[in-house]
Design a protein around this ligand. Structure first.
Ligand SMILES: Cc1cc2nc3c(=O)[nH]c(=O)nc-3n(C[C@H](O)[C@H](O)[C@H](O)COP(=O)(O)OP(=O)(O)OC[C@H]3O[C@@H](n4cnc5c(N)ncnc54)[C@H](O)[C@@H]3O)c2cc1C
Length: 398
């Protein structure tokens, strides 16, 4: 049997659900034309620290989704770097930590409540693009879609089938959850998180982290290590995680690892009927943060699909250009550059600079967390603002 659907989204994680939610927000009448297929049944476990930056919280508010799941708001962060340790306090919130089983289930539920059809426990096995439609084969049946959105994560089948295999830009993160009740020190009333960049001085293109979280009502620490180079650094990452766990007195904790696909400016993101969002497209190479990008890819994909429904449109191929020219593409390109600066040969200088200038840190963090409109400025206005900031920074350092 072949079922016909105008829009099929493969994957019901943040990227797939955000695409559906932004599309329905823009064109509510399209809800009945969207089918989300997910091989998992939500709530499902996902290897992820669940740190939501303020931009993600703003996206949820924009979509009218209340964060009615257990979450830990964090306003204090410590960064341990080869040039020293700094503390950052953010009154308005540094990040919010969720568990992905609850968070993704909330997003899937929001889609269903808005009239989107979600079929769970249905794995997509193949995707074949034809001139007039896209064939999607699952373990249950076949579908014919006018447009397919590949939101199936870093190992994306849609990406492999449509654009070919490419593992040049795969990062990796490994993590473990430690119950705070098993440790000999109290869980703080004012939870903080920690980023340890010191391994960058020994060649790790990444960092170790510690996030507070709540699992089944019990306080936990999520401890992990990220590297933008999956292949070269697997063994070193395991060693670093063990070291981080033993430092807090946690032993014999089960760890799990997962790839993170990183953005590359030359990666293909769309054909005339298939487009990629979220990890399937590529996310932040500096920190491996992907949830806020999942929402932003989803927003652009929705914009593009809505325009494609207008008469005279020539498919969704424009999406690739839209991503590159949008502030999302600009931010991802800048993060690529920062990854080379902080984890490359000039690493020492940039950590020294970040530790020495509180203003640089503040500006950088506000940009990173999406509280600042830097990437939305036109080139001349951006350059003018950069000039002003550079002068203030020099004054601060001298
Ligand atoms: C250890 C670790 C820690 C991380 N910590 C953070 C963090 O703190 N903050 C942050 O922002 N990001 C973090 N990330 C990155 C973040 O997890 C991803 O960027 C994010 O999950 C991407 O969302 P997505 O919707 O694109 O993909 P996913 O969340 O991977 O969702 C893909 C969905 O597609 C489904 N699927 C896959 N294949 C198929 C198929 N063949 N058929 C049907 N369905 C399919 C899956 O079941 C899944 O539900 C971390 C990653 C790792 C590995």
């Amino acid at each position: 049997m072949v079922e016909r659907w105008p829009i099929v989204i493969v994957g019901g994680g943040p990227a797939g659900t955000a695409t559906a939610l932004f599309l329905v927000r823009r064109r509510p009448e399209l809800a009945s034309e969207i089918l989300i297929l997910d091989k998992a049944i939500h709530p499902r476990f996902k290897v992820c620290a669940g740190g939501l930056i303020p931009h993600t919280i703003a996206c949820l508010e924009e979509l009218g989704i209340a964060l009615e799941i257990p979450h830990v708001p964090v306003s204090r962060a410590f960064a341990l770097t080869p040039a020293g340790t700094v503390e950052h306090n953010e009154r308005r919130g540094f990040c919010t930590v969720v568990r992905r089983d609850c968070f993704d289930a909330l997003l899937v539920d929001s889609c269903m409540r808005r009239g989107v059809t979600v079929r769970q426990g249905e794995k997509v096995l193949d995707v074949v693009e034809h001139a007039e439609f896209v064939e999607v084969k699952t373990e249950r049946q076949n579908y014919r879609a006018s447009v397919v959105v590949g939101a199936d994560g870093s190992g994306s089948l849609v990406r492999r089938r449509v654009f070919g295999h490419d593992d040049r830009t795969i990062g990796r993160a490994i993590m473990a959850d430690v119950s705070a009740l098993d440790l000999h020190w109290a869980f703080p009333n004012d939870p903080w998180c920690k980023f340890d960049f010191r391994p960058a001085a020994e060649g790790l293109r990444g960092y170790a982290w510690m996030f507070p979280c709540s699992i089944d009502g019990t306080p936990h620490w999520n401890v992990g290590v990220y590297s933008s180079q999956a292949k070269a650094q697997g063994c070193r990452m395991n060693g670093l995680l063990e070291k981080a766990l033993s430092r807090i007195g946690a032993r014999a904790v089960r760890s799990c690892a997962y790839p993170v696909r990183l953005f590359h400016s030359r990666t293909r993101l769309a054909t005339s009927r298939v487009l990629l969002v979220g990890d399937a497209a590529g996310v932040d190479p500096l920190m491996g943060e992907g949830i806020s990008f999942a929402f932003e890819y989803g927003r652009l994909a929705a914009e593009c699909i809505a325009a494609w429904r207008e008469p005279g449109s020539d498919g969704v191929a424009a999406y690739e250009r839209m991503v590159r020219e949008s502030w999302l593409g600009r931010k991802l390109r800048r993060l690529n550059m920062l990854e080379r600066m902080f984890y490359g040969r000039t690493s020492k200088f940039w950590f020294w600079f970040a530790v020495s200038s509180e203003r640089a840190r503040r500006v950088g963090l506000r940009w990173y967390s999406g509280q600042d409109g830097w990437d939305q400025l036109s080139l001349p206005r951006g350059l003018a603002r950069l000039g002003q900031e550079a002068i203030s920074l020099m004054r601060g350092l001298l």
